[in-house]
Design a protein around this ligand. Structure first.
Ligand code: ADP
Ligand code: 5GP
Length: 209
């Protein structure tokens, strides 16, 4: 069976890390994770080589110049990038490769691996209130960093239409099941549906205020 690059994007707090972890736990035989490199400092509990490869800016730049990244982008003051070696490691093991990346990187990966070699999924929160509650509960950012992430979220939600699929992360189990079905080719790839357009508009309006 052909293996694909599965791109998960979402505004900060949208649930991409949680969903990716659940999918990978449930399907270790056919999914593998592309561990990104970043210059951001580790959060409590994040292990080097598991959550990310944590690099200094100099080391990141050196690897970028050496052509080691499939894509990279700046986000909230830090560099993030997908290592070609990670993608190849997982694809060579015969599994789909799951990556959790922001929208600029998603564009670069889609250009390198056009559909259906890549399957891109934008995860939408059910509402702005719920997104803010989840971010507050996670308590991983300073108020300034949180504000930067929310400013960026307006643009990110506006890019949801570029993705092959959109999934609403209301109940976690449902979202995980839906993305599993997408990976297995059991969901048709449609354009933006009216309910999705309405939710995207409501999220953009809510995030702007
Ligand atoms: P992201 O990686 O997109 O920034 P996370 O996966 O860290 O988002 O999720 C943000 C927070 O919301 C986490 O604390 C997570 O446990 C919680 N969360 C994620 N999905 C759900 C859901 N469907 N229902 C309730 N809480 C959720
Ligand atoms: P966080 O700091 O919350 O872990 O991630 C911040 C943002 O960077 C998220 O949108 C996440 O998806 C994105 N990100 C993580 N790894 C990569 C990567 O390798 N490339 C790109 N372009 N974005 C990434």
């Amino acid at each position: 069976m052909t293996r694909a690059v599965v791109i998960l994007s979402a505004p900060s707090g949208g649930g991409k890390t949680t969903i990716a972890q659940r999918l990978l736990r449930e399907r270790p035989a056919d999914l593998g994770y592309s561990v990104s490199a970043t210059t951001r400092p580790p959060r409590p509990g994040e292990q080097d080589g598991q959550a990310y490869h944590f690099l200094s800016r100099a080391e990141f730049e050196r690897r970028r110049a050496a052509g080691e990244f499939l894509e990279c982008a700046e986000y909230a003051g830090h560099l993030y990038g997908t290592l070609r070696s990670e993608v190849e490691r997982v694809l060579n093991s015969g599994r789909h490769v799951v990556m959790d990346i922001e929208i600029e990187g998603a564009r670069q990966v889609r250009a390198a691996y056009p559909w259906p070699r890549s399957i891109s999924v934008f995860i939408l929160p059910p509402s702005v209130d719920e997104l803010l509650d989840r971010l507050r509960e996670r308590r991983s950012e300073s108020p300034a960093d949180l504000a930067a992430r929310l400013r960026r979220a307006v643009e990110e939600v506006g890019a949801a239409a570029e993705f092959d699929y959109r999934v609403v992360n209301d109940r976690l189990d449902d979202a995980v099941r839906e993305i599993g079905a997408i990976i297995d080719g059991r969901r048709p790839r449609t354009g933006l549906r009216p309910v999705e357009t309405q939710l995207i508009d409501a999220l953009r309006r809510g995030l702007q205020t």
